[in-house]
Design a protein around this ligand. Structure first.
Ligand SMILES: *Cc1c(COP(=O)(O)O)cnc(C)c1O
Length: 368
């Protein structure tokens, strides 16, 4: 019998909490309070408490969260923002939408995160911010980046879109920079039933700016004293997220247990398993191995019903749009090599041991 193991199984998760989710959705519909209001406020407070952050502002998506965070820091035309190219395109897009120039810096080949040693060399008089990504759910090297940001008076903004539940030296990702941006895209560790995101932070002045920017620069019902956006988190998504937030810790623990199982079963196999850096709690938004035979392994897994996938096959600086805009000049040898070798395997809390055994069995046939 052919196995069918998707990369992410959102149906299995819904089945496990159906009654609570359905009740939350019904409550919003009964109240017909769809924009901001109590549901959004409740989720913002609960997510802030979970993170240990001073404040959370719910935003319509992770992409919008990145853009509003940059604008709240005053990033504008002529500025440069240092960021990795090995990420989802939204990170660089937000920088460009804010009017600034993304300066792509290479990654550490072990963690796939921004290499702090190369960040310093990329700082120019125009640099205003560093925007690291906690890729796959593993924190970037925040101590080195914080030091540098402080010394050079730069903003430090986390792209925590993949890092719900991740920690760095005992603190949660989302509390480590001046601001942090989360996505609640359905497949993320904490996923909504549509688009959703948040900005988190500890500075009340910055957070007030984000709050204003998300709702048309409003300071009163009919008073708009800044140019803003319509990028609010909607009440239905907030209600769903607030239910799912109660399960986040147990889900992250199960992701970590599955990752340990994969690591152990693949230990004597010719593939690189993801290392967990010292002092870091990896949240395994994605479980990513590396192998020189990536395309063959992926094709074989897919033939056998396993939804393996690639994050990311093309680095951002080599995307056609970046070429068009003239941001393709960087030479990033690690990023460019790793894109050819990474392979994401199915990982979600409801995944079963027998399924991991099956997936590893197929990989072993391919690479010995
Ligand atoms: C998902 C993701 C985003 C974008 O989030 P959306 O909610 O889809 O807009 C940004 N950065 C990274 C690293 C992501 O994984």
């Amino acid at each position: 019998m052919l196995a069918r193991i998707p990369l992410v199984d959102l149906k299995a998760q819904y089945r496990s909490i159906k009654a609570e989710i359905d009740a939350a959705i019904q409550r919003v519909v009964d109240r017909t309070e769809f924009i901001l209001g109590g549901e959004v406020g409740t989720f913002e407070r609960n997510f802030a408490a979970y993170l240990g952050a001073h404040e959370v502002v719910g935003i319509a998506s992770g992409s919008a969260a990145l853009q509003l965070a940059l604008l709240a820091c005053g990033i504008r035309h002529g500025d440069e923002v240092i960021t990795p190219s090995f990420t989802f395109v939204a990170t660089a897009e937000a920088i460009i939408h804010a009017g600034a120039r993304p300066v792509f810096v290479d990654i550490d080949p072990a963690t796939y995160n921004l290499d702090p040693n190369q960040v310093e060399a990329a700082i120019t008089p125009r640099t205003r911010a560093i925007l690291p990504v906690h890729l796959y759910g593993q924190s970037a090297e925040m101590a080195a980046l914080s030091d540098m940001a402080e010394r050079r008076e730069l903003w430090l903004i986390e792209d925590a879109a993949q890092a719900h539940g991740a920690e760095y030296c005992g603190k949660r990702c989302g509390t480590l920079g001046h601001l942090a941006c989360f996505s609640f895209y359905p497949g993320k560790n904490l996923g909504a039933y549509g688009d959703a995101g948040a900005v988190t932070g500890n500075d009340p002045t910055l957070m007030a700016r984000v709050r204003k920017l998300r709702d048309h620069g409003r300071s009163g019902k009919y008073v708009h004293d800044d140019l803003g956006f319509g990028e609010r988190l909607d009440a239905l998504q907030a209600a769903v997220l607030d239910v799912k937030l109660r399960y986040l810790e147990s889900w992250v623990e199960r992701r970590r247990a599955h990752a340990r199982m994969y690591n152990a079963m693949l230990a004597d196999c010719e593939v690189n398993t993801p290392p967990e850096a010292d002092g870091v709690r990896h949240a395994y938004c994605l479980y990513v191995i590396r192998t020189a035979d990536r395309d063959y392994v992926m094709a074989t897994l897919r033939e056998r019903g396993v939804g393996a996938s690639i994050h990311y096959p093309v680095p951002v600086h080599q995307q056609p749009v970046m070429r068009k805009l003239g941001y393709d000049g960087a030479r990033l040898p690690v990023t460019e090599r790793v894109c050819q070798e990474v392979l994401s395997l199915p990982l979600y809390p409801e995944l079963e041991q027998s399924q991991i055994e099956y997936i590893v069995g197929v990989i072993r046939e391919c690479v010995q």
